[in-house]
Design a protein around this ligand. Sequence first.
Ligand code: ZN
Ligand code: ZN
Length: 381
Amino acid sequence: MSARRALTAAAVVGLVVTVCGVRSAHRTVVDSVLVPLPHPSDGPAYRGALHVHTVRSDGRGDDAAVARAAKRANLDFVIVTDHNVPPLPPAYIDGVLLARGVELSTTVGHLLALGVTGAPFVVEREADPFRWTHANAGVAVIAHPLTPARPWTEWARVQEAAAIEILSGDSLFHEALRPPWSSLMAALLSFPFNRQTALFSLYDRPASVLQLWDKLAAQGRMLGLCSADAHGIPPYKDVFEQFVLHVAQPTSPRSGDAAADAATLVNLIAAGETFCAVEALGDAHGFRFEARSGDRFVPMGGAVDAPAALAVRLFYEDVPSDVTIVLLRDGVEMHRSKTATLDFIATQPGAYRIEIRRTAHRLYFGDRETTWIYSNPLWVR
Ligand SMILES: [Zn+2]
Ligand SMILES: [Zn+2]
């Protein structure tokens, strides 16, 4: 190649990088920021990251680095789940609760055992990861169930898990690494200029996992959780800011005793009193979903008899017009609302869950409607 051609090629590449950089530096994911209102029965938000790896397995940072990143991302807790090693005791570091679990790597897929204090021998893990988890008072969560690299394959016993991961930070990056790499290239070009927008551009509503979840939740009790599955690359803080697990109010554990608070947190997760938010689309703290049957209020994860009054509330100063509340029963859309409330009398049995959708800007081309908040189901009997 002549010097002149090389120079021209370099100039073109430089121009593309500059244009992409300038554009993404000023690109926001959504048009308007939602400001949560204080709610009478509420404490402050209680939010965190599930499924985080440290140097004790294949993560890049230690507990201190994870806690520091979580604090900067405004998280209250992190659930550290290193592969196959006995977890350290729960701890508060930098004001962040580090709760614990283990990610069991088995030949049928990866299973999180939350709240356990030991780790299984290889034979126990391979023979029956559910039995080991339950015998050790753990909560079983199927990790990244449909990720091509490490999918879950033991479907006959899936109902022994309390939950599946519906969103996974790590799976997002694995997906982006598959050809034709268009979303990856766009994200890489933008990452130095606008990390949040770049990482968000890899996210899409995970239709096939949601379909699986709806099928399982219609057959029995199955919760959905979002997971960071953070390893330190991309940086912990950037991943912690994407997929946030919110604990529904006002039951958050804040006694200051790490072991007691970690146990309460794991119990709340097992009860289903959480929801999953893609926080690039907004602060999800103003979201509420509950049921009333007679004079009894039932939170997410609970079961009520029909007819049940289901209520969604968005406690925000202002709810912009791109926000839509969608109610689904066993995965089928039943009702939608463009206001800050949705009320529905459920007369049919089923698993009812909520998605809050928003219009998000793509990095370079156009807009798309995608899901901001995924509630856990309420079961109507
Ligand atoms: Zn895994
Ligand atoms: Zn993992």
